[in-house]
Design a protein around this ligand. Structure first.
Ligand code: C5P
Length: 397
């Protein structure tokens, strides 16, 4: 898939730069050509020598290196690639990209390029969560840049949280997806997945049995067809797919905000099992067990994300797909749901416990559209996902 593809790899100045050495190895293994560019700060973490030795190509560092200009001008360098990858995309590099700076070779190439750009952010959790970085991220996503990571976990600085650069194999999957020539190339698709957790107090919550398996399989299948996938997931059992932009949320309200933030998209698939209700007036401290006294929970309705997006007066995705998990009268209930919510398709399934579908690896679905319904035979959730992704590709044309 990557044979003879050209990747311009811009290495920013962060400790995660060491992972680029592994990334270059994996890209080369798959037949890609890698042209490395190091910022001045990157050279404090990895040397141009090790990078160029692994890439088998010259490592570029300086905008004013006249020998380089004679060999290949910086404008040409920015255009020869099929994809520009920025890894690690530091807070500073993201700020410069969002602001349109061009004061060194890396930023000049990013301004001059007409090829797609994928960024893999890496920074301290506070820097990642800082409003300035989040503002820059929104600007860059709106400008059409693609994102992989960051992940959550332990950081080199000793703190814990979001900001770890995606692992080389995850970046590789994102590169493969960005360079795929599948029928969904150039399409941006949103997938919601998993359950939501609705807090009662800081330690208790209300949840459901969704594992996130079907939504994860759908996101993978769409990415395999070349789509740029934004995967908004609640706290699921299964790991999110590789090569997609993952937005992790907990509650239905957070999921709505993440979905709104991901728009515009060409198609949206709402596979999440969103809680219909949340607890009114969530307690900010743990509710104490008082002998003989039982807590009374009052509920309020959660926003219906699918209905909201289906009925957007402006910026509605061309294709909106909802799910209907039913236990009785599957076809009648799901058909009515499609009309009530205003979506284009409904993927309906029977989640009665005896079917083993919820939390299992297989699914038996009916696809309901304005034209009628079709029953698919029972098959693995990945086969359902592949068939659905193919039909989405056909519908988007
Ligand atoms: O109404 P019901 O929950 O059965 O509808 C299921 C469909 O609606 C799914 O596609 C689910 O993702 C979506 N949904 C939603 N927001 C809600 C409830 C359901 O997006 N609050």
């Amino acid at each position: 898939m990557l044979a003879d593809k050209r990747v311009l790899l811009i290495i920013g100045g962060g400790i995660a730069a060491y992972k680029c050495l592994e990334l270059i190895r994996r890209l080369k293994e798959r037949g890609a050509h890698v042209t490395p560019v190091l910022t001045r700060a990157a050279q404090q973490f990895v040397t141009p020598l090790s990078v160029s030795a692994l890439a088998g190509e010259k490592a570029y560092t300086d905008l004013f290196d006249l020998t380089d200009e004679a060999e290949m001008g910086h404008i040409q360098l920015s255009r020869v690639a099929d994809l520009v990858v920025v890894a690690p995309a530091t807070a500073d590099l993201m700020a410069k990209m969002a602001g349109g700076h061009a004061n060194d070779l890396a930023t000049t190439l990013l301004m001059a390029t007409d090829t797609p750009v994928l960024m893999a952010p890496a920074m301290n959790v506070r820097m990642w969560e800082h409003p300035a970085t989040q503002r820059n991220l929104s600007t860059l996503l709106a400008d059409g840049l693609r994102l992989v990571g960051p992940n959550s976990g332990d950081m080199a600085c000793g703190e814990h949280g979001a900001g770890r650069m995606a692992e080389p194999m995850e970046i590789l999957a994102a590169i493969e997806s960005a360079l795929s020539d599948g029928p969904l190339k150039g399409r941006r698709v949103l997938v919601t997945s998993g359950p939501t957790h609705e807090p009662i107090d800081p330690v208790r919550y209300i949840a459901n049995r969704s594992s996130g398996a079907q939504g994860t399989a759908i996101a993978s299948a769409l990415a395999a067809l070349g789509a740029e996938v934004v995967f908004v997931t609640g706290p699921a059992d299964v790991a999110p797919p590789q090569g997609v932009e993952v937005v992790s949320v907990v509650s239905a309200q957070e999921m709505l905000a993440a979905v709104e933030g991901a728009l515009p998209v060409d198609a949206a698939v709402f596979a999440a099992a969103v809680a219909d209700w949340r607890v009114k007036g969530e307690s900010s401290s743990k509710i104490k067990k008082d002998k003989g006294q039982l807590p009374v929970l009052e509920f309020v309705e959660n926003p219906d994300i699918l209905a909201h997006v289906s009925q957007l007066p402006k910026g509605r995705p061309k294709l909106v797909v909802g799910f209907a998990a039913e236990t009785d009268d599957v076809l009648a209930n799901a058909t009515a749901k499609r009309i009530r919510k205003g979506c284009d398709w409904i993927v309906a399934n029977d989640v009665s416990p005896e079917t083993g579908i919820m939390g299992g690896s297989e699914n038996a679905v009916q696809l309901i559209t304005a034209e009628g319904s079709e029953s698919w035979p029972r098959m693995s959730k990945s086969d359902v996902a592949r068939q659905l992704a193919a039909q989405i590709a056909a519908a988007l044309g």
